[in-house]
Design a protein around this ligand. Sequence first.
Ligand code: HEC
Length: 397
Amino acid sequence: MDPLLLEWAGLILRWLHVIAAMAWIGTSFYFIALDASLRARPGLPPGVAGEAWQVHGGGFYRMMKYTVAPAELPERLTWFKWEAYTTWLSGFFLMIAYYYWNAELLLVDPAVRELSPVAAVIASLALLVAGYLLYEALCRSPLARSDAALAVAGSLLTVLAAWLFSQIFSGRAAIFHLGALLGTIMAANVGHVIIPNQRKAVAALIDGREPDPALGREAKQRSLHNNYLTLPVVFFMIAGHYPLVFATGRVWLVAALVLVIGFSVRHFFNARHRGEASPWWSWVVASLAVAALAWMTLPRAMAGADGEGRGATLAAQAREIVESRCVMCHAAEPVWEGIPLPPKGVRFDDPRLLRLEAWRIALQSAWTDAMPPANVTGMTAEERALLARWAASGSDR
Ligand code: HEC
């Protein structure tokens, strides 16, 4: 496919994906908070379990939740599912247009595993399906009788998946796959459990039967998972832009810490919306985990970083490295096949501007090994150390 067409497809799909995800998470947060704020009071219509008043957009809303069917069902009943499906579908096609089409650069890292692009794409699809099936198996196992036991097992599965992804893909693709797996689980929870169970319950209510309570229990458990996964999944999706996260540390440890951060922050808001005493301790836990994450991903001390060379010599050596390892892609007219324009508009072909870019160069290729992608131009550890020293020196004279 024409690379420019691919670039446009990527932009439009990403736009759609972000908007759909905002709508999905927005409705999800809204209904969690609404559900928690419903209060019972005498005098509510029959079948209504609770009521909440809200003010928005110049008017008052009186929300009531029927837990059995109202005497008359309205003609129009709004279901909330397309937010989830659109998010997943746009994400799936974005994954193809971005990671699968550029598999050689973005999915594979020969330093991790020598894989052909086709093998990497097959591994990616197979692992996403396997991860989802394992989660389903956990939810249908006796473990699921306890929300807490299932949460622990599910978290361990996520951390294990992170480790496995990091043994197969580039660091960046590994952290992305974690987001893709959790996103798939969340969308499947909506499509395979929550909505079908709700349909069965509505059908039963319309027939005047008592819906099977197991249906509601199951849907509620999956909703709870989606509720707690929203913060981690978004982190994993944006982490691909932050090499300090994916290209320095251990992806499984990043995953574990992000789950702790996401779960504790969600827990805080869930408790608060239910009107319980605010569990302020969850911010302490989240802050400690953020500090641990930042500490863990600090650039490692580099061998050779205190080597010879100062000022102008150092600058000349740095320029030479960038010219031989980066400029084939990062120039006004890249010579690397399949890269028609400088990626992300980043150019290093004007040596006078190099000093201005020092920080970005070090971030991508000295403090982390995010660039060159898959180390296609064979950068050495000594070269990375030299770039780190040059960036830190702050002067070319
Ligand atoms: C094979 C081509 C190639 C080579 C060689 C290469 N890059 Fe890149 N670079 C890319 C691509 C592709 C992207 C865009 C990745 C993306 O889509 O997020 C990129 C993105 C970047 C970015 C922007 C990152 C962001 O998220 O804003 C920087 C900075 C960068 N590269 C620096 C470097 C440095 C420094 C080198 C040399 C050490 C280098 N690159 C070598 C292909 C290359």
